[in-house]
Design a protein around this ligand. Structure first.
Ligand code: KIV
Ligand code: NA
Length: 263
Protein backbone atom coordinates (compact mmCIF):
# COMPACT_ATOMS: atom_id res chain seq x y z
CA UNK A 1 0.00 0.00 0.00
CA UNK A 2 1.40 3.39 -0.93
CA UNK A 3 2.39 5.87 1.74
CA UNK A 4 0.13 8.67 2.88
CA UNK A 5 1.47 12.10 1.91
CA UNK A 6 0.13 15.62 2.28
CA UNK A 7 -1.10 15.28 -1.32
CA UNK A 8 -3.10 12.21 -0.24
CA UNK A 9 -4.79 14.28 2.46
CA UNK A 10 -5.53 17.12 0.04
CA UNK A 11 -7.12 14.52 -2.24
CA UNK A 12 -9.28 13.28 0.66
CA UNK A 13 -10.41 16.82 1.36
CA UNK A 14 -11.33 17.27 -2.30
CA UNK A 15 -13.21 13.96 -2.47
CA UNK A 16 -14.88 14.67 0.89
CA UNK A 17 -13.53 11.41 2.39
CA UNK A 18 -12.34 12.04 5.95
CA UNK A 19 -8.93 10.69 7.01
CA UNK A 20 -8.03 9.21 10.39
CA UNK A 21 -5.27 10.38 12.70
CA UNK A 22 -4.09 9.13 16.09
CA UNK A 23 -1.26 9.89 18.41
CA UNK A 24 1.40 7.18 18.66
CA UNK A 25 4.50 7.08 20.82
CA UNK A 26 5.75 3.50 20.68
CA UNK A 27 6.40 0.69 18.21
CA UNK A 28 3.66 -1.70 19.39
CA UNK A 29 0.83 0.79 19.08
CA UNK A 30 2.24 2.26 15.86
CA UNK A 31 2.23 -1.21 14.24
CA UNK A 32 -1.38 -1.78 15.26
CA UNK A 33 -2.42 1.69 14.10
CA UNK A 34 -0.84 1.08 10.71
CA UNK A 35 -2.56 -2.31 10.46
CA UNK A 36 -5.89 -0.67 11.34
CA UNK A 37 -5.52 1.74 8.43
CA UNK A 38 -4.85 4.94 10.39
CA UNK A 39 -3.66 7.58 7.92
CA UNK A 40 -1.64 9.96 10.13
CA UNK A 41 0.35 9.26 13.31
CA UNK A 42 1.18 12.21 15.56
CA UNK A 43 4.00 12.04 18.05
CA UNK A 44 2.26 14.62 20.21
CA UNK A 45 3.67 16.44 23.20
CA UNK A 46 0.66 14.87 24.94
CA UNK A 47 3.29 12.19 25.62
CA UNK A 48 4.22 14.38 28.57
CA UNK A 49 0.93 13.42 30.14
CA UNK A 50 0.26 9.90 28.87
CA UNK A 51 3.83 8.54 28.81
CA UNK A 52 5.61 10.62 31.46
CA UNK A 53 2.86 11.39 33.96
CA UNK A 54 3.32 15.16 33.81
CA UNK A 55 0.40 17.50 34.50
CA UNK A 56 0.93 19.51 31.29
CA UNK A 57 2.87 19.35 28.03
CA UNK A 58 5.33 22.05 29.11
CA UNK A 59 8.13 19.75 30.39
CA UNK A 60 8.41 17.84 27.09
CA UNK A 61 11.68 18.35 25.17
CA UNK A 62 12.74 18.02 21.55
CA UNK A 63 14.75 14.93 22.51
CA UNK A 64 11.63 13.34 24.06
CA UNK A 65 9.64 13.89 20.86
CA UNK A 66 12.58 12.71 18.72
CA UNK A 67 12.96 9.50 20.77
CA UNK A 68 9.28 8.60 20.38
CA UNK A 69 9.30 9.63 16.71
CA UNK A 70 12.12 7.15 16.07
CA UNK A 71 10.14 4.42 17.88
CA UNK A 72 7.13 5.02 15.62
CA UNK A 73 8.96 5.71 12.35
CA UNK A 74 11.14 2.61 12.63
CA UNK A 75 8.18 0.22 12.36
CA UNK A 76 5.74 2.00 10.03
CA UNK A 77 5.76 2.74 6.32
CA UNK A 78 2.27 3.80 5.25
CA UNK A 79 1.05 6.50 7.70
CA UNK A 80 2.16 10.12 7.46
CA UNK A 81 4.25 10.88 10.55
CA UNK A 82 3.81 14.24 12.23
CA UNK A 83 5.90 15.36 15.22
CA UNK A 84 5.05 18.13 17.68
CA UNK A 85 7.38 21.05 18.22
CA UNK A 86 7.48 21.20 22.03
CA UNK A 87 7.15 24.20 24.33
CA UNK A 88 9.85 26.88 23.83
CA UNK A 89 11.80 24.83 21.30
CA UNK A 90 11.96 27.95 19.15
CA UNK A 91 13.35 30.73 21.33
CA UNK A 92 15.24 31.80 18.20
CA UNK A 93 15.06 30.99 14.51
CA UNK A 94 18.18 28.83 14.74
CA UNK A 95 16.66 26.85 17.62
CA UNK A 96 13.49 26.37 15.61
CA UNK A 97 15.46 25.11 12.62
CA UNK A 98 17.62 22.79 14.72
CA UNK A 99 14.63 21.36 16.57
CA UNK A 100 12.76 20.79 13.32
CA UNK A 101 15.83 19.19 11.77
CA UNK A 102 16.12 16.81 14.75
CA UNK A 103 12.46 15.79 14.41
CA UNK A 104 12.62 15.33 10.63
CA UNK A 105 15.82 13.30 10.93
CA UNK A 106 14.11 11.16 13.58
CA UNK A 107 11.57 10.17 10.93
CA UNK A 108 8.84 12.84 10.89
CA UNK A 109 7.38 13.90 7.55
CA UNK A 110 6.07 17.16 8.95
CA UNK A 111 6.06 19.26 12.12
CA UNK A 112 3.07 20.50 14.09
CA UNK A 113 3.36 23.92 15.73
CA UNK A 114 0.94 25.58 18.14
CA UNK A 115 0.14 29.22 17.68
CA UNK A 116 -1.43 32.07 15.80
CA UNK A 117 -0.47 34.65 13.22
CA UNK A 118 2.73 35.46 15.15
CA UNK A 119 4.05 32.14 13.75
CA UNK A 120 3.85 33.45 10.17
CA UNK A 121 7.61 33.84 9.58
CA UNK A 122 8.47 30.54 11.27
CA UNK A 123 6.01 28.64 9.10
CA UNK A 124 7.20 30.32 5.91
CA UNK A 125 10.85 29.59 6.80
CA UNK A 126 10.24 25.92 7.62
CA UNK A 127 8.11 25.34 4.54
CA UNK A 128 10.78 26.85 2.28
CA UNK A 129 13.39 24.58 3.85
CA UNK A 130 11.42 21.40 3.22
CA UNK A 131 9.63 21.05 6.53
CA UNK A 132 5.87 21.02 5.93
CA UNK A 133 3.96 22.50 8.85
CA UNK A 134 0.64 21.67 10.48
CA UNK A 135 -0.51 24.64 12.53
CA UNK A 136 -2.48 23.90 15.71
CA UNK A 137 -5.15 26.51 16.62
CA UNK A 138 -7.96 26.81 19.16
CA UNK A 139 -7.08 25.12 22.44
CA UNK A 140 -3.30 25.06 22.24
CA UNK A 141 -2.22 23.15 25.38
CA UNK A 142 1.17 24.89 25.56
CA UNK A 143 -0.87 28.02 26.44
CA UNK A 144 -2.74 26.36 29.31
CA UNK A 145 -1.37 28.96 31.72
CA UNK A 146 -2.73 31.78 29.56
CA UNK A 147 -6.11 30.08 29.28
CA UNK A 148 -6.34 29.15 32.97
CA UNK A 149 -7.24 25.56 32.13
CA UNK A 150 -8.14 23.33 29.18
CA UNK A 151 -11.16 25.30 27.97
CA UNK A 152 -13.10 25.44 24.72
CA UNK A 153 -11.80 28.32 22.55
CA UNK A 154 -13.58 30.54 20.04
CA UNK A 155 -16.92 30.75 21.81
CA UNK A 156 -17.14 34.53 21.69
CA UNK A 157 -17.31 36.25 18.29
CA UNK A 158 -13.97 38.10 18.61
CA UNK A 159 -12.13 34.90 19.53
CA UNK A 160 -13.83 33.03 16.71
CA UNK A 161 -12.85 35.71 14.20
CA UNK A 162 -9.24 35.64 15.43
CA UNK A 163 -9.07 31.89 14.86
CA UNK A 164 -10.44 32.29 11.32
CA UNK A 165 -8.00 35.15 10.60
CA UNK A 166 -5.04 33.19 12.03
CA UNK A 167 -5.91 30.14 9.93
CA UNK A 168 -6.11 32.22 6.74
CA UNK A 169 -2.88 34.06 7.54
CA UNK A 170 -0.96 30.87 8.28
CA UNK A 171 -2.29 29.11 5.19
CA UNK A 172 -0.88 32.09 3.31
CA UNK A 173 2.45 31.59 5.11
CA UNK A 174 2.55 28.03 3.78
CA UNK A 175 0.91 25.86 6.44
CA UNK A 176 0.02 22.56 4.76
CA UNK A 177 -2.54 21.46 7.36
CA UNK A 178 -4.53 23.22 10.08
CA UNK A 179 -5.50 21.39 13.28
CA UNK A 180 -8.32 22.75 15.44
CA UNK A 181 -8.67 21.65 19.04
CA UNK A 182 -11.75 22.23 21.21
CA UNK A 183 -13.67 24.82 19.24
CA UNK A 184 -17.42 24.95 18.52
CA UNK A 185 -18.35 22.67 15.61
CA UNK A 186 -19.86 25.58 13.66
CA UNK A 187 -16.60 27.55 13.90
CA UNK A 188 -14.56 24.54 12.75
CA UNK A 189 -16.78 24.22 9.70
CA UNK A 190 -16.35 27.93 8.97
CA UNK A 191 -12.56 27.63 9.18
CA UNK A 192 -12.60 24.51 7.03
CA UNK A 193 -14.67 26.25 4.36
CA UNK A 194 -12.46 29.36 4.41
CA UNK A 195 -9.31 27.34 3.67
CA UNK A 196 -8.09 25.14 0.83
CA UNK A 197 -5.73 23.00 2.97
CA UNK A 198 -6.97 19.96 4.96
CA UNK A 199 -8.31 20.66 8.45
CA UNK A 200 -7.96 18.09 11.26
CA UNK A 201 -10.24 18.35 14.27
CA UNK A 202 -10.22 17.18 17.88
CA UNK A 203 -13.26 18.31 19.79
CA UNK A 204 -14.10 20.37 16.70
CA UNK A 205 -17.12 18.52 15.32
CA UNK A 206 -17.68 16.42 12.20
CA UNK A 207 -17.36 19.08 9.47
CA UNK A 208 -13.60 18.97 9.00
CA UNK A 209 -11.38 16.78 6.80
CA UNK A 210 -9.76 14.54 9.40
CA UNK A 211 -10.14 13.55 13.05
CA UNK A 212 -7.50 12.94 15.70
CA UNK A 213 -7.57 11.53 19.23
CA UNK A 214 -4.97 10.62 21.82
CA UNK A 215 -4.64 6.84 21.55
CA UNK A 216 -4.88 6.21 25.32
CA UNK A 217 -8.08 8.29 25.44
CA UNK A 218 -9.83 6.31 22.69
CA UNK A 219 -8.83 3.02 24.33
CA UNK A 220 -10.49 4.08 27.58
CA UNK A 221 -7.21 4.30 29.49
CA UNK A 222 -7.53 7.85 30.82
CA UNK A 223 -10.39 7.26 33.26
CA UNK A 224 -12.16 10.19 34.86
CA UNK A 225 -10.08 12.80 33.03
CA UNK A 226 -11.57 11.79 29.67
CA UNK A 227 -12.79 14.91 27.82
CA UNK A 228 -16.25 15.20 26.25
CA UNK A 229 -14.97 14.79 22.67
CA UNK A 230 -13.47 11.35 23.36
CA UNK A 231 -15.16 8.04 22.61
CA UNK A 232 -13.94 4.73 24.03
CA UNK A 233 -13.59 2.56 20.92
CA UNK A 234 -12.44 -0.49 22.89
CA UNK A 235 -15.95 -0.85 24.31
CA UNK A 236 -17.66 -3.66 22.45
CA UNK A 237 -14.48 -4.73 20.63
CA UNK A 238 -12.31 -7.75 21.43
CA UNK A 239 -8.86 -6.29 20.88
CA UNK A 240 -6.88 -3.08 20.55
CA UNK A 241 -6.52 -3.72 16.82
CA UNK A 242 -10.29 -4.00 16.43
CA UNK A 243 -10.79 -0.80 18.46
CA UNK A 244 -8.36 1.11 16.23
CA UNK A 245 -10.06 -0.27 13.12
CA UNK A 246 -13.47 0.73 14.51
CA UNK A 247 -12.19 4.26 15.06
CA UNK A 248 -10.79 4.43 11.51
CA UNK A 249 -14.09 3.19 10.11
CA UNK A 250 -16.13 5.64 12.24
CA UNK A 251 -14.01 8.58 11.08
CA UNK A 252 -14.11 7.64 7.39
CA UNK A 253 -17.88 7.09 7.51
CA UNK A 254 -18.37 10.31 9.54
CA UNK A 255 -20.20 8.45 12.31
CA UNK A 256 -17.61 9.88 14.73
CA UNK A 257 -17.76 12.49 16.17
CA UNK A 258 -21.44 12.45 17.09
CA UNK A 259 -23.40 15.36 18.66
CA UNK A 260 -22.46 14.22 22.17
CA UNK A 261 -18.75 14.70 21.35
CA UNK A 262 -19.12 18.26 20.05
CA UNK A 263 -19.19 21.79 21.45
O1 KIV B 1 -0.08 16.40 21.63
C1 KIV B 1 -1.08 15.95 21.09
O2 KIV B 1 -1.45 14.77 21.25
C2 KIV B 1 -1.88 16.83 20.24
C3 KIV B 1 -3.21 16.32 19.76
C4 KIV B 1 -4.17 16.21 20.89
C5 KIV B 1 -3.75 17.11 18.65
O3 KIV B 1 -1.46 17.91 19.97
NA1 NA C 1 0.39 18.55 21.13
Amino acid sequence: MSSVTIATLVGRRESNTPFSCLTAYDASMARLAEEAGIDVLLIGDSLGMVMQGQTSTLPVTVDDIAYHTRCVARVTSRPLIMADLPFMADTSLSHLLEASCTLMQAGAHMIKIEGGAWRHEAIAELTQRGVPVCVHLGLTPQHVNNFGGYRVQGRDPDDAQRIIDDALDLEQAGAAIVLLECVPAALAQQVRDALTVPVIGIGAGPDVDGQILVIQDMLGMTGEKTPRFVKDFLKGEDSVLEALAAYHEAVVSRTFPDDEHCF
